[in-house]
Ligand binder design. Structure first.
Ligand SMILES: [Zn+2]
Length: 292
């Protein structure tokens, strides 16, 4: 210390002043670090202003994972529209929450009377038709895929129109339409099919997309179908189908059960079952357009 004082005095510096200046500098750096630390922590830590639900995806169509209480805190991992992907401070579980339940300034602009499908154009594409039966069942019923997809399409059309949507059909009757002609301008494109395999065991519903930006619609519709429908969950999957590839719009290809599975075949021929499937599709589309 004495040596340092002497060294400073030799350089005509007042040791007291030098120490004070150093002290002030340290204090300033400490303060800056403190401010940076606290503000970054506030940025991704949020709390709930009311009780809410954590869901598996970023809209109300996804299933609830667990319920959370007012005051619970979370770290934000990502954001999709007005929804936040969070991890709970309490149990470290991940999930999605609507931003308007949190302390963040996110407004729920959704009026429950609002019809999110109003004036949206939905293209419905009942698979196969005419000379192309699609898949057929092996049972005495001998169901053809082309008949079931048309029934589903026509029933879905009526339900979507009730929601204020405009519906364009790629076919309205038992006619053959080529794959390249299965396109029309719209806000979403839904191709309707039934699966088949040589084995009778395969069953369930699959929702296909091709372009990456079609994935959110596929996941939303798959979640909605699984919430309501009695078909096992084969998930939302990416596949290079021409009708999906040839459109840049949100588009999905629905495989609504296996016509080769006797149980699925009974279901798809049952109007009540189809009504539940169609309701799930309408609900999924509403959720998708509500938060897009
Ligand atoms: Zn098909």
């Amino acid at each position: 210390m004495m040596k340092l004082n002497q060294w400073l005095i030799q350089r005509k510096l007042n040791p007291k002043r030098v120490y004070l200046a150093l002290l002030a500098l340290f204090a300033l750096v400490f303060l800056i670090v403190l401010i940076v630390l606290t503000t970054t922590q506030d940025d991704d830590k949020i709390y709930l202003v009311e009780n809410a639900e954590i869901r598996t995806g970023p809209n109300a169509g996804y299933p609830v994972v667990y319920n959370v209480q007012k005051g619970d805190t979370f770290k934000v991992l990502s954001r999709s529209g007005k929804w936040l992907e969070v991890i709970s401070s309490k149990n470290h579980q991940k999930g999605w929450i609507a931003g308007w339940h949190t302390n963040l300034d996110i407004k729920e602009d959704v009026n429950p009377d609002l019809k999110p499908l109003k004036n949206k154009t939905i293209v419905l594409d009942p698979g196969h038709g005419g000379k192309d039966n699609g898949a057929s069942s092996q049972t005495a019923k001998n169901s053809h895929e082309k008949d079931i997809t048309l029934k589903t399409g026509l029933e879905l059309k009526k339900m979507l129109e009730k929601e204020g949507a405009k519906v364009v059909m790629t076919r309205k009757d038992d006619t053959f339409v080529s794959l390249e002609d299965r396109k029309a301008k719209g806000d979403a494109f839904i191709s309707i099919h039934n699966d088949a395999l040589a084995s009778q065991n395969a069953n369930g519903a699959t929702v296909y997309y091709f372009h990456k930006k079609q994935a959110p619609l596929a996941k939303t519709l798959n979640a909605s179908i699984q919430k309501k429908v009695l078909l096992s969950d084969r998930g939302a999957r990416q596949e290079d189908y021409q009708v999906l590839r040839q459109t840049k719009k949100p588009a999905v290809l629905l495989e609504l059960g296996y016509i080769s599975n006797p149980t699925d075949e009974i279901l798809m021929n049952d109007q009540n079952h189809r009504y539940i499937v169609e309701t799930a599709i309408v609900d999924g589309l509403k959720n998708y357009f509500l938060y897009e």
